[in-house]
Design a protein around this ligand. Structure first.
Ligand code: KIV
Length: 265
């Protein structure tokens, strides 16, 4: 078995120009299959509220739900870095963020916590990093802000909003974030942010210029009902089985074949 990957190991991958392949998982079985396929980072996303629980948004997900699913995933993973979302309102201030993150680390065994938002999260990121809890920031489309933004919309299309996202990315890196998810932003903006940062960027609908890619596993296995999002791809089609689909995803991310321009904005 390969040695377990670490947060510094992901940083070293950026240094070597090696692409990081990430997927979401919510249970031990899927997590083990993707870990064996070579996925570098497994994200227990609060997308579980939509794909597992059947809600219309991620907002009903609680910290207890996250801990339950993260602990299941952790039992399946040997090598990949484990990142879990802090759910809606669980990091509204630094004290709550510290309590929530400590539970995810202690009770579920996650290595990194992910939180959504830009400059307004600076103090929370600093507080977590001060306690040696690595943070993955998340900019662009922020699913927990759906009621403010009015939908799941591509962000950073105009110069002003693109500039704000770039500034936020630099600020969150300076606050100590170890990773940055960029969701649904133009590929040119994601490439500029990636070149401006020393920490790895993980894109979803952010083009091929990011240091890594992440997809919701239900999307890339075409389980999610309805129209597939533009940025996703059915990796099960033609692969034969789920393990082969995960291996194909890892290979296409590593080789820079996925995402193509047809998956980008
Ligand atoms: O919750 C989630 O699955 C996520 C990914 C879409 C990045 O945040």
């Amino acid at each position: 078995m390969d040695r377990p990957l670490t947060v510094p190991g992901l940083l070293a991958m950026k240094g070597r120009g090696e692409k990081i392949a990430a997927l979401t998982a919510y249970d031990a079985g899927f997590a083990a299959a993707m870990d064996e396929a070579g996925v570098d980072l497994v994200l227990i996303g609060d997308s579980l509220g939509m794909v597992v629980q059947g809600h219309a948004s991620t907002l009903p997900v609680t910290l207890d739900h996250m801990i339950y699913h993260a602990a299941c995933v952790a039992r399946g993973v040997r090598r990949a870095v484990l990142v879990a979302d802090l759910p809606f309102m669980s990091y509204a201030d630094s004290d709550r963020a510290l309590e929530s993150a400590a539970r995810l680390v202690r009770e579920a065994g996650v290595q990194v916590v992910k939180l959504e938002g830009g400059r307004k999260r600076e103090n929370v990121v600093r507080a977590l990093v001060e306690q040696d809890i690595p943070v993955c920031a998340h900019l662009g489309l922020l699913p927990q802000s759906v009621h403010r933004t009015g939908g799941y919309l591509v962000q950073g299309r105009d110069d002003r909003s693109a500039q704000i996202i770039l500034e936020d990315a630099i600020l969150l890196q300076e606050a100590g974030a170890s990773l940055l998810v960029l969701e649904c932003v133009p590929a040119t903006l994601a490439s500029e942010i990636t070149a401006s940062l020393s920490i790895p960027t993980i894109g979803i609908g952010a083009g091929s210029g990011c240091d890594g890619q992440v997809l919701v596993c239900y999307d890339m296995l075409a389980i999610t009902p309805g129209k597939r999002p533009r940025f996703s791809k059915n990796f099960l089609e033609g692969a034969g089985d789920i393990r082969a689909a995960f291996r194909r995803y890892v290979a296409e991310v590593r080789e820079g074949k996925f995402p193509g321009p047809e998956h980008s904005y």
